[in-house]
Design a binder for this molecule. Structure first.
Ligand code: SF4
Length: 413
């Protein structure tokens, strides 16, 4: 159990801050001055819900009854869809094993972003860097989309860190896209709204001008100034969250990859994709280890079939092909998508519902009610999570192992 003076890691976004602190001891812990609204919300919601009761169609039941009911529905389902998957690595690994045992499909709530990132990587490769390298060496940051809102402490952790290799040479930071929210720490951002043509076209124009090509029409003074700054920078780093780039995210990522390749023709530059913090990077890594594929994989035929467009949550629910939705979300209390398909929720003890699900099994929140592990948003680093308060809530892996055993398959961990 974490003590008052121990640094507390945070699982609620991809920055993976590990410097929070608690007061009040393990009996009544409170987050101390995190300065991060996302962390305050995530920790206070979970700390305020150390217990919850399972329910079948809204009626309270025991965990044994809930597991028995879920096992029956999973055994009867033709194509169960395991979606959400906003948990830590331990939750997701066990959920994947259960999905395979049940012959189901797996898709993360940020599946579109994961698919876009994989498609862009497959199409032409991407030149990326890590959080640590970028923090130590970048002299110009380009934040694309809603990065400051998604990662509330990004200014403090990356742009104005307490420790850095080159403290005498602090970087510039530009945001292209959504304006940083009011009160964002540091006020260090320069904001450039996306021009009417959209982000993809804007990046392509930037790249063409950096490569020295002349374009029709009057030169745009803003673009010309940005071209000059990028060209003059020693190590510009472009940060984006694949989960936030929308329907054509793969095209935007490919354009950003092309921009970085052009910059590397005469200098050094890199991309820094950041996972959204709903366990999406852990889910992606776990799926790759489990089946060799990412999210958007079906185990229905007995062998893994990867096709993220075919096996997407939205399509499977809209078409009626999935006849059971298994919503896994131990990190987040947001409701599952509205659907006529019976829904089993294995989720945050403070889960909210727009409609009463067929089953609700509250799970321990990793990093609050139990130890756990989650990937940081840049991928390679693992963040060990601590149990902060006493709780009898079951871990997701424990519940999923019981269910897989009931389906006749022991879950191998
Ligand atoms: S920035 Fe992200 S990881 Fe850091 S404290 Fe806030 S929510 Fe947690």
């Amino acid at each position: 159990m974490a003590t008052n003076d121990a640094a507390v890691p945070c699982p609620f976004c991809g920055l993976g801050c590990d410097d929070l602190s608690l007061t009040g001891g393990s009996d009544s812990p409170r987050l101390e001055a995190a300065g991060c609204p996302k962390a305050e919300e995530g920790f206070s919601l979970a700390l305020g819900a150390p217990a919850a009761t399972p329910a079948i169609a809204g009626r309270r039941c025991t965990l044994d009854e809930a597991v028995e009911h879920a096992g029956r529905l999973l055994a009867e389902a033709r194509l169960p869809l395991f979606a959400g998957l906003a948990g830590d690595l331990l939750d997701i690994q066990a959920a994947l094993r259960l999905a395979e045992a049940a012959g189901g499909v797996v898709d993360h709530r940020n599946g579109a972003g994961l698919t876009a990132a994989a498609a862009a990587l497959q199409a032409g490769g991407l030149m990326t860097t890590s959080l640590g390298d970028a923090r130590n060496r970048a002299d110009l940051w380009l934040l694309v989309g809603d990065v400051p809102r998604r990662f509330p402490r990004i200014t403090e952790r990356l742009l104005e860190p307490r420790e850095r290799l080159h403290m005498d040479d602090m970087p510039e930071a530009l945001v292209i896209g959504e304006a940083p929210p009011a009160g964002t720490s540091g006020g260090a951002f320069e904001h450039l709204p996306v021009p009417a043509g959209g982000l993809h076209d804007f990046i392509q124009v930037l790249r063409a001008r950096l490569a020295g090509r002349h374009l029709d029409g009057e030169p745009d003074a803003g673009i010309e100034a940005l071209v000059q700054r990028l060209g003059n920078a020693r190590f510009p780093v472009i940060v984006y969250a694949p989960a936030a780039l929308g329907d054509h995210g793969d095209l935007v990522i490919r354009a950003l990859g092309g921009l970085v390749r052009t910059l590397n023709d005469s200098g050094r530059a890199a991309l820094l994709p950041l996972g959204g913090g709903d366990g999406d990077v852990s889910a992606h890594q776990a799926a790759a280890w489990h089946s060799g594929f990412g999210m958007g994989t079906s185990f229905h035929s007995g062998v893994p079939e990867y096709d993220p467009a075919l096996w997407s949550t939205g399509r499977l629910l809209a078409s009626g092909e999935a006849d059971l939705l298994v919503w896994v979300s131990s990190l987040d209390a947001a409701p599952p998508p509205a659907t006529a398909v019976p829904t089993l929720v294995f989720g945050h003890p403070a889960s909210r519902f727009d409609a009463t699900p067929e089953l609700f099994v509250p799970l321990a929140v990793p990093g609050v009610h139990r130890h756990g592990v989650v990937h940081r948003g840049d991928g390679p680093a693992l963040l060990p999570l601590k149990a902060l308060t006493a709780s009898e809530l079951p871990a997701g892996a424990e519940v999923f192992e019981r269910l897989a055993a009931g389906l006749g398959t022991e879950v191998q961990s």
